[in-house]
Design a protein around this ligand. Sequence first.
Ligand code: PAF
Length: 297
Amino acid sequence: MNIVVLGPGAIGALWASHLKSSGHNVSLWGRSSTEQTVIQLDDSPEQSFPNQNAQALHEADLLLVTVKVWQVKSAFTPLLSSISKDCIIVFMHNGMGAVDELKAELSPFPVLLATTTHGALKTSSSKVSHTGKGATQIGPYNAQGARCEFITEVLNHSLPSVQWNSDIEKALWQKLAINCAINPLTAIEQCNNGQLAESRYQASLAAVIQEVTSVIQAEEITLSYDELHKTVAVVIEATKTNYSSMRQDIFYQRKSEIDFITGYLLKTAKRHHINTPENDKLYQAIKQIESSWINHD
Ligand code: PAF
């Protein structure tokens, strides 16, 4: 397939490398204006990809969008008029709400949403490390997307495991619950994920998960507090030596995904008139840290 990866950060580069290795014609669309971009995945040989190639974008059968959630609109909108209406668009990022902002623009295209638990880290502009083997779920965002289940096999062949989930909304909410629980707290405490297993964090984690459960259930998604609490505990243990993406963003003073993680939860809670004091507190704390850098400039 002709594939373009928009946003060759850690996860985008991981996918680009695996897709190319399994024989696809892969191009990147990154911020750098160089014509070729080199990626080296762990100890594999370097791979070279065309970058920002208009012809490749025009001929793409699949556009994999792996930019950060808050970059989706600004990175994707300028490309819209160059993409063929048959091109399958897959969005893969932490957080929710960004694709809804583009609902009208996306209506002609088959659109899929994906969530992954693979861990990847960019250790230099070309080197990527696959830090944790995970799994990916993919499912339809619109009716045209629902006809593209075959893409699961294409992706699964390159970087397993990939599973089709016709209720992708539920998988995304489950991931949002994990991110609401782990990301702000590890960013505020500047700790690794494993430290959240300490007893002093249990009350906050329980309150966050309780509030998320109320919102999820108001959205008529069947996930219980016990299920979510267990899932969060499993992820904390499985990623105990990792720093969460928000911890890293705050550490390096980069804009975080808070508006599309806790912020999305708060917006949805408000629509349902649900109180979310613990998530409010964490949201405000992250916003305050972010605004302190802006004030410094
Ligand atoms: O955002 C992250 O860092 C990850 O989604 C997760 C699962 C919290 C692990 O660090």
